[in-house]
Design a protein around this ligand. Structure first.
Ligand SMILES: [Zn+2]
Length: 254
């Protein structure tokens, strides 16, 4: 590490100490979240440290004059760092801003068709991520994230940002040395086909059919399931669970 980055880290450490966030603050922000409760004390400490560093490094802004409480900032940051808990905050260096809406927001998307004509589509979203930011979240969905249905908009959108670090949103983040990209593709494709069959035949599945919107959605939805409901995911698609565990360097079942 160079002198400049050592200095930056030292300054960040000083600013961290001045924040004075208590255990009770964390309990109020994240105490209802099963993923947080599952972590050992040392992992929680790591999560607290990384979440505060995230809040120092990124802008977390309310849209349309929405005032964000400290409790909500801690909840958002605490959930956001879980995917990179064993990878490091550098994995989020491609974006700088989190924008928070009070509820579902209308996003306008434009695209050119094969004749060069621009089309616009508008739909209500609970979250959105662009490759260089911002990450956009609905506060309603942040509040309900981590409930019984296994949905977590924060994990979902942050998974998209990891996916987009390699060749756009295609359903695979940059894999670590020693991970087998061909096996990843084969096993995720098999799980995709299996999910299609399960949905058509009405059999239970560990994720809902939104995962089949696109490979990028498949990765984001499976990331939610990996952290929120790891047991059913591992039982249904053990190979895919293992790839996710190798990538995130976590095993949420244990
Ligand atoms: Zn998505």
């Amino acid at each position: 590490m160079g002198l400049i980055s050592r200095l930056a880290e030292w300054r960040e450490g000083r600013r961290l100490q001045s924040l004075e966030v208590t255990e009770e603050d964390w309990r109020q922000a994240l105490g209802d979240w099963q993923v947080y409760r599952r972590f050992a004390a040392s992992e929680r400490e790591r999560l607290h440290d990384m979440a505060l560093r995230l809040l120092l490094r990124k802008a977390v802004v309310g849209a349309k004059e929405l005032e964000l409480s400290d409790q909500m900032r801690l909840r958002i940051a605490g959930m956001a760092v879980v995917p990179v808990l064993q990878l490091g905050l550098d994995w989020y260096d491609g974006w700088q801003t989190l924008v928070i809406y009070e509820g579902p927001f209308i996003a306008g998307h434009e695209w050119l068709d094969e004749y060069g004509i621009a089309h616009a589509e508008r739909s209500a979203l609970c979250g959105e991520a662009a490759s260089h930011g911002p990450v956009v979240l609905s506060l309603d969905d942040v509040r309900s994230a981590g409930g019984k249905n296994g949905h977590n908009v924060v994990l979902h959108e942050l998974a998209h940002t990891l996916d987009m670090r390699r060749e756009g949103a295609n359903g695979a983040p940059p894999l670590h040395a020693g991970m087998d990209a061909a096996a990843w593709k084969k096993d995720f494709s098999a799980a995709w086909d299996d999910l299609e069959r399960r949905i058509h035949s009405g059999r239970p599945s560990p994720v809902d059919d939104y995962a089949l919107e696109a490979p990028a959605e498949f990765f984001a939805v499976l990331t939610e399931a990996f952290f929120e409901q790891p047991g059913p995911l591992a039982d249904t698609w053990p190979a895919v669970y293992q790839h996710l565990s190798d990538f995130y360097r976590q095993d949420p079942r244990s």
